[in-house]
Design a protein around this ligand. Structure first.
Ligand code: ZN
Length: 282
């Protein structure tokens, strides 16, 4: 299933268009996409096989499929290649993943315009796991059962803010300007993937490939992240985990490259789709 947010209403994306979940369920399911994921365990069986009127839609009308999660976790340095380019020590798999948040107000849709704040704004394409079943102290074995589905996120980052101040650096603020969390186009449930742990991931700026990797290269994979995070913080249905970015960010290129007005950033993950983000002045 591909669950999306069409102009504020939860829909299933199908071959020829979108099916409104509230209407198709004759009112049994909430039209609010966020509410759907917060009650995922009750909702999922009702969604399976749901059929209804299918209407065409414009990509432009899709919004963040999980618009206001209660918690957003974001993971730093989770691919060896990115650890190398950033000259950071990769965490030991036996250790704790580098964790920060993106404040929820930064989330935006899969086809959006983002205002560039002053500074050095960079891209980070990331697989995002959406929690479907509450998780507290769950082992990695079986942790996929706590995941409702996967989507694409961009962890847009203003590097000057991120790196400012004494330690710890300002990761959460530098990654939370308005629009810095493009998300979508849909949350894709796990049975849609041959292997949800091995997906091609990448992004391009103005048609030039910047990142190209596989999610199988993660240091902490999705089940490990659910285990390590939930060892400390209870994960709630509808929470998001931005799972870290592969090599190819702009800041570590020689010379460094940052986003500028008029740029188009296209991010993709196999089996999920694409995000299209354009940048301009406020
Ligand atoms: Zn990131």
């Amino acid at each position: 299933m591909r669950i999306a947010n069409l102009a504020g209403r939860a829909v299933l994306l199908v071959q020829d268009g979108a099916v409104d979940i509230h209407k198709a369920s004759e009112g049994a399911l909430d039209p609010d996409p966020g509410a759907l994921f917060e009650r995922w365990e009750e909702v999922r069986p009702l969604l399976v096989g749901l059929a209804g009127e299918c209407v065409p839609y414009a990509e432009r009308d899709l919004l963040a499929p999980v618009p206001s999660p209660r918690q957003i976790f974001a993971i730093g340095v989770n691919y060896e290649g990115h650890a190398e380019e950033a000259e950071l020590a990769a965490p030991a798999v036996s250790g704790c993943p580098v964790t920060f948040t993106k404040f929820a107000s930064c989330l935006t849709g899969p086809d959006s315009d983002v205002v560039l704040p002053p500074g050095m704004v960079d891209w980070e394409v990331e697989l995002v796991a959406v929690i479907g079943r509450a998780a507290h102290r769950v082992p990695a074995e079986g942790a996929w059962a706590h995941v409702a589905g996967l989507t694409i996120g961009q962890d847009l980052t203003e590097r000057i803010t991120q790196w400012s101040g004494p330690t710890p650096q300002q990761f959460s603020l530098g990654k939370s300007y308005p629009g810095f969390g493009p998300l979508g186009p849909a949350v894709v449930t796990l049975e849609e993937f041959d292997d949800p742990g091995d997906l091609r991931i990448g992004c391009s700026v103005n048609g030039v490939t910047m990142q190209d990797a596989s999610t199988s290269d993660m240091i902490f994979n999705v089940p490990e992240l659910v285990a390590r995070l939930s060892a400390i913080v209870p994960l709630l249905p509808g929470d998001l985990i931005f799972t870290g970015t592969p090599a190819g960010i702009g800041a570590t290129r020689v010379p460094a490259v940052f986003l500028k007005n008029g740029d188009e950033l296209v991010s993709h993950i196999e089996g999920i789709g694409t995000l299209r983000t354009t940048f301009g002045e406020g």
